[in-house]
Design a protein around this ligand. Structure first.
Ligand code: SAH
Ligand code: SF4
Ligand code: F3S
Length: 479
């Protein structure tokens, strides 16, 4: 063990080169010796991260099924376990290591079990060192850039019978032609770009996902057309920073507004896109969203903080004033029905009581439909991790609590406004909380539980809202 390991390196991962981005179409192959590796065997995959991470799991599943594995939701009865990890905050790490502890016991009872680590944690130097020194019983580690090499990595491991570490620090290319096993029959994730070049000072993503690379518009449109043929109703265009789509093209000026328009013209029933960075949100984008009914009136626009001092320390490139200006412009142009959600971090190094009050003020001004809120978590290798952090844990928890109170109040208010109204909902499955109801999302991304027959699953139906809660709505079909 050791000589032929390919370990991640943050210095390499940080580099951004001007080299042209190539589209590679023939990278995915299954070597003959592993074609039937999964025959009569089951795999279990657990996903810890964001939508992109979920979509990567759909890719990993398809690759394993290409090798004849079948899926199970019971890890104790599986032959192959893959943890597709997230590195965004400390608790994501802790969950993964907790799970590895349980799997270690299982592996002692079942030596034939294969266990692999994938995702953003695999891209972290310190994690891989820890795996090598303390988790040598594991079988393989691969990263976010070489998922398509999984068959070859398994082959290597089976030959060497040793921990196979194969992580690429940076990827400058776009790889096409890898299959997906989609979790839903009605809505699909569609990658439009990979990586991120924003380097917000707290964030690990530019290290774990590499430089920004946009997929060719033709490949995206073709994928959407194929999805329509298969009966899909909704696509979510995925990128860490979707409004910067196309900025890395050297031979064409084709941007997010062009892509949104071309995807809208395919006729797919619903289009969502996440995540929008306030920096690159253009008027042209707003116009296209307004012009096409199938582009959902839902914008996730992370603000992170309401203090311009903290925003500057975060490297977000906008001020509280310019954020509010953009926010109001979107609301004015898209109308009151548009829903806008956000992400907020509390307890960033140096955040004073006044900075935090500024965040509360911004929330009170914007009245977000909902928000994801987090306590700042230092990530090794990022600039913010070196900043002096003198706020106590207790103070951070109090700020989070206060913030959530205000956020929840506005979530409830925005939901209350919908009572009595009729809104379209894509019914996806039986409701988790009440088996006599179906659940789905409105075009504005509100979770709606609907009294309806199962035959409506997979359809967009008009629903009359009868009751509003903080995180969901209740309704009945209105035909
Ligand atoms: N690309 C998106 C965010 C992706 S990460 C954007 O720029 O908006 C999702 C959210 O996790 C971020 O919006 C941020 O609120 C939060 N986050 C990222 N790094 C974090 C950290 N170190 N500690 C706490 N929260 C963090
Ligand atoms: Fe992270 Fe900022 Fe990139 Fe979002 S834009 S992924 S927060 S570095
Ligand atoms: Fe986590 Fe990686 Fe997504 S760090 S949030 S899984 S890009």
């Amino acid at each position: 063990m050791g000589d032929n390991m390919l370990k991640p390196n943050f210095k390499e991962a940080k580099k951004r080169t001007k080299e042209d981005i190539k589209v590679l179409r023939n990278e995915y192959k299954i070597p003959n010796d592993v074609k039937n590796l999964g025959f009569n065997k089951k795999y279990f995959i657990k996903t810890y991260g964001c939508q992109m991470n979920e979509h990567d799991s759909e890719m990993i599943s398809a690759i394993l099924e290409d090798m004849k594995y079948t899926r199970t939701d019971d890890y104790e009865n599986s032959d192959l376990i893959i943890l597709n990890t997230c590195a965004i905050r400390e608790n994501a790490h802790n969950k993964t290591f907790g799970m590895l502890g349980r799997i270690k016991h299982l592996k002692q009872k079942k030596p034939g079990l294969m266990v692999g680590l994938a995702g953003c944690m695999s891209q972290e130097e310190s994690v891989v060192e820890q795996i090598i020194s303390k988790y040598g019983w594991m079988d393989f580690v691969f990263g976010t850039h070489n998922i398509h090499k999984l068959p070859e990595i398994l082959k290597e491991h089976i030959t060497s019978k040793e921990l196979e570490v194969n992580v690429w620090s940076n990827e400058g290319n776009v790889i096409e032609g890898i299959p997906f096993k989609r979790d839903s029959k009605y809505k699909a994730w569609v990658n439009i770009m990979y990586g991120c070049d924003k380097f917000c000072t707290y964030c690990i993503v530019p290290f774990t996902r590499g430089k920004q690379r946009s997929r060719m518009p033709e490949d995206i449109i073709n994928e959407v057309r194929e999805l329509i043929k298969k009966g899909y109703m909704e696509v979510t265009l995925l990128g860490q920073n979707v409004n910067a789509y196309g900025k890395d093209f050297t031979n064409r000026t084709y941007r997010m507004e062009n892509l949104l328009e071309d995807v809208a013209k395919t006729g797919i029933k619903r289009i969502r896109f996440i995540t929008s960075h306030p920096w690159d949100f253009t008027d042209k984008m707003i116009d296209v969203i307004k012009r096409y009914d199938n582009i959902c009136n839902y914008i996730h626009l992370p603000v992170q903080s309401g203090s311009s001092t903290i925003l500057k320390l975060m490297g977000r490139r906008y001020t509280k004033e310019s954020y509010i200006e953009l926010y109001n412009k979107i609301r004015d142009k898209l109308g009151e029905n548009c829903s806008i959600t956000t992400d907020i971090i509390v307890g960033f190094p140096g955040e004073t009581k006044t900075d935090f009050e500024d965040t509360l003020k911004l929330v009170k001004k914007c009245k977000f439909d909902s928000a994801f809120t987090f306590i700042y978590s230092p990530r090794e290798g990022t600039p913010a991790a070196k900043m002096k952090d003198n706020i106590t844990k207790q103070e951070k928890e109090q700020r989070l609590y206060k913030l959530n109170e205000v956020i929840n109040k506005y979530s409830k208010e925005s939901n209350d406004k919908l009572v009595g109204k009729v809104i379209p909902v894509l019914l996806e499955n039986v409701s988790e909380k009440d088996s006599t109801m179906l659940a789905g999302y409105s075009d504005t991304m509100k979770l709606v539980n609907v009294k309806a027959d199962k035959k409506y699953i997979g359809q967009i139906v008009n629903v009359k809202i009868t009751d509003a809660k903080t995180w969901s709505l209740d309704g009945e079909i209105n035909e």
